[in-house]
Write a protein that binds this ligand. Structure first.
Ligand code: FAD
Length: 522
């Protein structure tokens, strides 16, 4: 079967001759997961096309609740996107560029709606940045054909990855399935071509008479709507989240600057300790596209203190952080090449033979942070309370769900999307594939995290646990990691903290057996 990206590429190729750019009355940039004006390749190209044709630029954003539902987007993520759209509108307004916000009931309506708006505005060119998720690629292929039918050319550019998918090949010409050699190729590509990290120019200001020429567009630009029914937080929750996660591009740059100034130097040492404020918390901005991954890498490189264009020289903290940002690219490359991996399928088919448990009480305990394993519970409560979870903890809770509880990893993957503010299809699917040992370049199945040892190693003083599990606040010393096993059961019980719902030792054996049996079936 052709990959979805090939379907889009074919649509772009086949429609190209049918719609050579004709001078229209405007050029459109359709914003999706690129809610920024700085360093935005599609927007930059749209701005250049508009200037070349002497016509104004119009921004478009389509609110499509069905697409959010299809990705199980959390209410916090939806709210963040809408707030970022409002900020973007303000930023574009200062450049006399209108941002039209359109809401569609059914996502199948999008191709006709884009074509209809282009026609109404007299635009002959629509620009966008590529989204690599399967449904989005298929949607874009339909948009390209529909618009071509009306003489409108759609251009879809690579933007979200530092190195676009498909550019890094193994010696045999295939896609890398292992991160380490892939990363070597990534570094070589970034170091070897100054264009890769080059900042895309801003869209520029619309011509002086644009407000007059686009009066209808300004007047019908539409309000940025409230989150759709069923995707709303209650008022208190919304205010809390908004305070914690200010939206928009300016905030992304503020966070990036502060991280590079204050914390990147110690990133390599601190990044695995959830109680330390050691990571950037930029994932929400990278997921919404209020910050480009190129900008993140450039900023890190610039604060390396060395006069170099290379991404693999300089302080450990800088190099390590850049290599983490690269993981985001890696999982997008995987998504494009093996789309089924992100469609609820294991990378290697034999892993489909695993007999998962569907124990409802275990799943509920995991979701509610009441497993009796303090590090797991702290992490799950952090996610529920903030919409974000530390990377080390994401690995711990993923391993716990799939290996200790032998619950189908897809249940955890979905819960993450439903609750995280930085829910990102490719990275989430990649992370779960790693933790449950079913993905591309996974943790070997026989490496099963011991939650107690993870807790002792990465939260040695129990600071993180005490913050998120208040029932254990008064448990002193090492007992915090395992109150029932270390003589503090009475105190934990009195405070209402549950006993462990399973025995790690027994579960480990059970998981090893289940994975082994699955592999032997093949
Ligand atoms: P930093 O440590 O500051 O890293 C900088 C950036 O690099 C991150 O913002 C992120 O964009 C990228 N990055 C870092 N680590 C990874 C990684 N392992 N995989 C992919 N990108 C990475 N990340 C998401 O953005 N959205 C998700 O839905 C998501 N789900 C995950 C699920 C599981 C089970 C696991 C193990 C990891 C998941 N990750 C996800 C990756 C990672 O945990 C987060 O990106 C990171 O914790 C975000 O915090 P930060 O911005 O402070 O990261």
């Amino acid at each position: 079967l052709p990959r979805p990206i090939e379907a889009l590429q074919a649509a772009l190729r086949e429609t190209e001759p049918a719609c050579a750019p004709a001078p229209g009355r405007a050029v459109v940039h359709w914003f999706r997961a690129d809610l920024r004006q700085r360093d935005n390749r599609g927007l930059c190209a749209a701005g250049a096309a508009a200037r070349a044709a002497g016509v104004p630029l119009i921004g478009l954003y389509i609110v499509s609740p069905q697409d959010w539902a299809a990705h199980a987007a959390s209410a916090a993520r939806v709210d963040f996107a809408l707030r970022s759209v409002a900020r973007l509108r303000g930023d574009l307004d200062a450049l006399d560029i209108p941002l039209h916000v359109e809401t569609v009931g059914a996502r199948g309506d999008i191709p006709a709606r884009v074509a209809g708006l282009a026609r109404r505005w007299g635009a002959r060119e629509v620009y966008a940045n590529m989204e690599y998720e399967v449904d989005e690629l298929r949607r874009d292929a339909r948009v390209v054909r529909r618009c071509a039918g009306e003489g409108v050319r759609v251009r879809v550019l690579h933007d979200t990855c530092v190195v676009p998918p498909g550019e890094l090949k193994t010696g045999a010409g295939g896609q890398y399935a292992v991160y380490t050699p892939w990363f070597r190729a990534w570094v070589a590509r970034v170091n070897g071509d100054g264009e890769v990290l080059r900042e895309a120019e801003g869209p520029g200001r619309n011509p002086g008479d644009a407000r007059e020429r686009l009066r209808d567009v300004w007047e019908g630009a539409g309000e940025v709507p409230e989150a759709p029914e069923g995707m709303r937080m209650d008022k208190d929750e919304r205010e809390r989240m908004r305070k914690m996660w200010p939206a928009g591009e300016a905030e992304a740059w503020r966070r990036l600057g502060k991280f590079c100034e204050e914390r990147i130097g110690a990133y390599a040492e601190k990044r695995n300790f959830p109680a330390a404020d050691g990571t950037s918390s930029l994932s929400v901005h990278l997921a919404a596209g209020t910050l480009s991954a190129r900008a993140a890498v450039r900023a890190a490189r610039e604060c390396s203190g060395k006069k170099t264009d290379k991404v693999d020289v300089g302080p450990e903290g800088v190099k390590t952080w850049i290599s983490e940002v690269a993981w985001r690219d890696f999982y997008r490359h995987v998504l494009v090449h093996w789309p089924y991996v992100c469609m609820n399928k294991p990378f290697k088919p034999e892993y489909a033979n695993i007999e998962w448990s569907y124990d409802k009480s275990h799943l509920t305990a995991w979701q509610e942070g009441r497993t009796g394993f303090p590090i797991v519970d702290a992490a799950m409560r952090q996610a529920a309370g903030t919409g974000w979870m530390h990377n080390r903890c994401r690995m711990i809770v993923a391993s716990f769900l799939a290996k200790d509880l032998l619950l189908d990893w897809r249940l955890g993957e979905r819960w993450f999307m439903e609750h995280l503010i930085d829910g990102d299809f490719a990275s989430n699917s990649g992370g779960w594939g790693f933790g449950a040992s079913v993905g591309v370049d996974p943790q070997p199945y026989f490496r099963i995290f011991n939650p107690l040892l993870q807790s002792e190693k990465f939260d040695p003083d129990g600071e993180y646990i005490r913050k998120w599990v208040p029932e254990l606040r008064d448990v002193e010393g090492k007992a915090i990691h395992d109150p029932y096993g270390r003589g503090k059961g009475a105190l934990a019980k009195k405070m209402g903290y549950p006993e462990p719902i399973v025995s790690h030792k027994e579960c480990r054996e059970r998981a090893l057996k289940a994975y082994k049996a699955a592999l032997e079936q093949d």
